[in-house]
Design a binder for this molecule. Structure first.
Ligand SMILES: Nc1ncnc2c1ncn2[C@@H]1O[C@H](COP(=O)(O)OP(=O)(O)O)[C@@H](O)[C@H]1O
Ligand code: SF4
Ligand SMILES: [Mg+2]
Length: 325
């Protein structure tokens, strides 16, 4: 492991048990996050992005069927910690997360400044006064005034609520912040404002970020590297530039063509077929039923490994078998 790696995820697996069978939401993924880096995790809805994040911060539903792998953070495998150690070493100033759709889970009867201060009171031994001072500082960092801190959630716009959640995630001064679709529920203008805020925070603060989105364009705007997920697996990973400008995996190419763009004058095309069923994912390459390049007798039988083709650009597809770098 390189010195500047803050989070090293290896073979992470998270399955859920359901009446229909076992849902393989995260199926053996590996990636590194470097100090000060922003890594985006991109994929269609249901590809396992939120499950990956929840597996890292160990906020799991009751129906977990399998939860394995290693997550090296700060030199220790946090998968091996008991819940109390995990709370002390990871929750407090370690890894924090802004959950998908959390905008509506703010406490309606608590002032904003008190909610932002709460993590410091619950998990750290701050006095009420110190916690409030830190809360106001965090609110200012995300562009909200002291006056906004006195308000209640229903008095805030969606963009302001999202800022409050970001303030809550950074008030404990974590090393890693995971943002799960922080702009998806917002209108275009608020989305652009939040993106600008995140870019500013990225430039000013020494956090490392995992930015989760279904929008590859948005990902490449903010991230240093991008990991593309499909059916619980990472199928392509590389620098933002490399993945956005020269996507290799057929799924990444289709994903890129499926979003409207202002830069090129072409209509968006949808990805053919249905997202896979994670209870019974397709054999071989899980993308084969939808892939225009699938090789019969190979792609539907054998699963390709993820291989590096050049400069850290990795791809999991039989088409690149001969390009192993
Ligand atoms: N608690 C759960 N029990 C059963 N299936 C779940 C649970 N949570 C998520 N899933 C399923 O796991 C898969 C991955 O979900 P998720 O991680 O939320 O994907 P994404 O964030 O990429 O949309 C989906 O098929 C989803 O329906
Ligand atoms: S391995 Fe085969 S089916 Fe899978 S993406 Fe590559 S060409 Fe398509
Ligand atoms: Mg999600």
């Amino acid at each position: 492991m390189e010195d500047n790696v803050i989070l090293d995820v290896k073979d992470l697996v998270l399955y859920y048990s359901t009446l229909r069978g076992t849902v393989k939401a995260v199926d053996g993924i590996s990636f590194e996050l470097k100090q000060g880096e922003t890594l985006a995790i991109v994929g269609e809805s249901g590809s396992g992005k939120s499950s990956t994040a929840q597996a890292i911060v160990r906020i799991l539903p009751r129906n977990v069927a399998k939860y394995t792998g290693s997550i090296i953070f700060n030199g220790a495998d946090i998968m091996k910690l008991d819940d109390e150690e995990f709370r002390k070493k990871v929750r407090v100033g370690g890894i924090s997360m802004v959950f998908q759709g959390a905008m509506n889970s703010l406490n309606p009867v608590m002032r904003v400044e008190d909610q932002v201060a709460e993590p410091l009171l619950i998990n750290m031994s701050y006095s009420k006064k110190e916690a409030l001072t830190e809360s106001i500082k965090a609110l200012k960092l995300v562009g909200l005034s002291e006056m906004v801190g006195k308000r209640y959630p229903h008095e805030l716009s969606g963009g302001m609520k999202q800022r409050v959640l970001i303030a809550m995630s950074l008030v404990t001064k974590p090393k890693v912040i995971i943002l799960d679709e922080p702009t998806s529920a917002l209108d275009v203008i608020s989305q652009a404002n939040i993106m600008n805020l995140l870019k500013k925070l990225k430039a000013e603060m020494k956090f490392s970020y995992i930015f989760i989105t279904h929008d590859l364009g948005l990902a490449s705007e903010i991230a240093d590297r991008v990991a593309v997920m499909y059916a619980g697996k990472i199928i392509e990973l590389g620098s933002s530039e490399s993945v956005y400008l020269t996507p290799k995996h057929p799924y990444t190419q289709l994903l890129l063509n499926s979003v409207p763009t202002l830069r090129e004058n072409r209509p968006p095309t949808s990805i053919p077929g249905e997202p896979p069923d994670l209870v019974n994912p397709p054999k071989g390459c899980s993308f084969h039923p939808r892939c225009p390049f699938a090789i019969k007798g190979k792609c539907d039988v054998e699963e390709p490994d993820i291989i590096e083709i050049r400069d850290g650009h990795q791809v999991k597809c039989w088409l690149f078998e001969g390009e192993k770098g």
